[in-house]
Design a binder for this molecule. Structure first.
Ligand SMILES: Nc1nc2c(ncn2[C@@H]2O[C@H](COP(=O)(O)OP(=O)(O)OP(=O)(O)O)[C@@H](O)[C@H]2O)c(=O)[nH]1
Ligand SMILES: [Zn+2]
Length: 210
């Protein structure tokens, strides 16, 4: 039996990720032992003895989104409700890994939808972000996948997604720009067809609570 990596999650959409896959961990760890040698390190020195296994577990965690079903996550908490104004969840932390270098990119997602008879449990929106972010990604696809999942599952009058991230592959290597932030956006429905709706969303995500 594997060890819990995400505690207390057992419903549809989450169920498959709450255990380490021991055989996968072992296979990945074996490769990492070899990688340490190839990098000129001694994998037998004390500090590195457990490193291959730690890296394998970390990587399984950082890519556990492959085992999640984001549409099931949304469906598990959809409620009929007569509310037709914009719902905005902003400043959702994003941690993902770029598929080109397998280095982190991280920042914030801002998401809105306009209900069409159904609302969704608020926590499910950040859960959908995580389900797509915890994979090897590019920021543009991450943005579109979140938009499409909410649109196709909840079928609201519109969805808006804005993501702002820093990419470590652009900061600690390569072009070495420490402060650049990449912004991506994706819209459906009223956010596309109605300039005022889109402007209200953009105003709400830049407004501060204080
Ligand atoms: N569009 C997009 N590009 C990304 C993302 N994450 C990383 N990249 C870019 O992917 C590109 C890969 O380009 P390559 O020229 O094949 O890789 P490279 O030689 O390592 O490029 P440099 O990073 O410029 O040194 C780089 O320009 C990265 O900045 C992302 O989320 N979206
Ligand atoms: Zn990269």
């Amino acid at each position: 039996m594997g060890k819990d990596i995400l505690k207390g999650e057992s419903r549809d959409g989450y169920v498959k990720i709450d255990r380490y896959n021991e055989s996968k961990i072992e296979a990945v760890a074996t490769h990492y032992k070899d990688i340490l040698s190839q990098l000129g390190e001694d994998p037998e020195r004390e500090g590195l003895l457990k490193t291959p296994e730690r890296v394998a577990k970390a990587l399984q965690y950082l890519t556990h989104g492959y085992d999640l079903k984001p549409d099931e996550i949304l469906k598990s908490a959809m409620f009929e409700e007569d509310y037709s104004q914009m719902v905005v969840v902003k400043d959702i932390e994003v941690y993902s890994m770029c598929e080109h270098h397998m280095l982190p990119f991280f920042g914030k997602a801002h998401i809105a939808y306009i209900p069409n008879g159904h609302i969704v449990g608020l926590s499910k929106i950040p859960r959908v972000v995580d389900a797509f972010a915890r994979r090897l990604q590019v920021q543009e696809r991450l943005t579109n996948e979140i938009r499409d999942c909410i649109q196709n599952t909840l079928q609201p009058k519109g969805v808006a997604v804005v993501i702002e991230c820093r990419h470590l592959c652009m900061a600690m290597r390569g072009v070495q720009k420490q402060n650049s932030v990449t912004t991506t956006s994706a819209f459906t429905g009223s956010f596309l067809s109605n300039d005022k709706t889109r402007a209200e969303f953009l105003r709400l995500i830049t407004a501060s609570l204080d």
